[in-house]
Design a protein around this ligand. Structure first.
Ligand SMILES: [Zn+2]
Length: 205
């Protein structure tokens, strides 16, 4: 494979590892889709974790503004699928540090561990395994900015936009593959429901 895997190579890895499946799926927020994708199923194999992370780091390093500050860069991820990507990107780029936000209950806001505070003026690249709705990444960006940190880029293995994907404005976005799943907002608008194709409920939106 190349230093930056092609979209076809990335999709091949996802299919081979069961991370990408075809069918009829219902997401927790109610969207129906013809694809199920859980990138962590591919990331459990360290050779793929390395391949995908190094590829993503090379896309980030192609940005001269980011390349100029890598030794001072923080790689920050929302829990938990982004962690193997964040460490792989940090190691490949020789960035400064990795940390993550988490939430104790679904209804509570993201927070950092006690004594972990982003510094005012700190430069951050947000990293995750996938950008789908982007709501968690947008919340993480707001949280970092509330400490005075500056988010300079967003990097994900897979970009799979939905009708509800957050607009990150001019923030540079890097990804290895874009997957255009077909979505329906509910059963009444879903071709597969209308055809009686059995649906599977999936846990993670
Ligand atoms: Zn359906």
């Amino acid at each position: 494979m190349h230093l930056i895997p092609t979209e076809d190579e990335v999709v091949g890895v996802l299919r081979e590892t069961g991370a990408l499946r075809d069918g009829h799926f219902i997401y927790p927020a109610g969207l129906h889709s013809n694809e199920y994708l859980q990138v962590p199923l591919a990331l459990r194999y360290s050779q793929y974790q390395r391949l995908l992370s190094v590829g993503l780091s090379r896309k980030l390093r192609a940005n001269p503004e980011i390349r100029a500050i890598t030794s001072d860069l923080s790689i920050v991820t929302p829990m938990t699928g982004g962690l193997p990507v964040a460490y792989g990107v940090c190691e490949a780029m020789r960035a400064k540090q990795v940390y993550w936000a988490e939430r104790d209950h679904d209804s509570e806001p993201l927070h950092f561990r006690q004594y972990l505070e982003p510094k005012r003026g700190e430069h951050v690249v947000l990293v995750d395994d996938i950008l789908r709705t982007g709501t968690k990444l947008a919340e993480l960006k707001r949280l970092l900015e509330s400490f005075g940190a500056t988010v300079v880029g967003l990097a994900v293995i897979i970009y799979q936009p939905t009708p509800n994907t957050v607009d990150f404005g001019g923030l540079p976005l890097y990804y290895l593959a874009k997957l255009d799943a077909r979505y329906a907002v509910d059963a009444a608008h879903c071709d597969w429901c209308q055809k009686g194709v059995p649906a599977e409920n999936v846990w993670i939106s």
